[in-house]
Design a protein around this ligand. Sequence first.
Ligand code: PRP
Length: 188
Amino acid sequence: MNLLNSNHDVERIIFNAEEIKAKVKSIADIINTRFKGTRPVVACVLKGASIFYADLCRELEMDIDMDYISVSSYGNNSKSSGIVKLTKDLDFEITGRNFIIVEDIIDSGLTIKYLRKMFQTRKPKSITTVSMLVKEENISNNDVDIYGFIAPNDFIVGYGLDYANHYRNLPYIGVLKPECYNDIGKES
Ligand code: PRP
């Protein structure tokens, strides 16, 4: 079986490219209205959000400062403990600026919670968090301001979402066949 970026590894498509494009536009419309006439710093949380970020930024009508941050697990229990480590910081100062954080998915909600709290200490004028997907249990999470789709509980890949760094460049979001993540786990 070809496991690398193969459409055959996807059991079913949940959100196709056209649906994603429309959703990106509707998210951009909210941001365009909210930040009209301002110049926000818009930060991508690497790597998963990179594709959504690139599409979103091209729908924004105001001048923006594009920036990138990276976070990683802090020890083995970061997801459960809520402690994450910033491995690449912003290049821009955000003090007094409107600051927008772009994520691909809010799962437990711990990463976005950490990022909001940490960047709040730099005293931006505002912080807005945006995610293409949010797990159902986090829809009412106060740390997520704008989201696109509700993520199903299935193992989803594509449009930035990966399994072991595969499938990020699929142009749609789909459910990965269980035998694929079993097979990839056996790669040397
Ligand atoms: C994913 C996603 C978020 C985070 C969400 O990143 O991009 O940053 O997990 O999880 P949480 O809500 O449970 O904190 P991942 O660690 O998979 O890295 P990646 O973006 O490089 O794939």
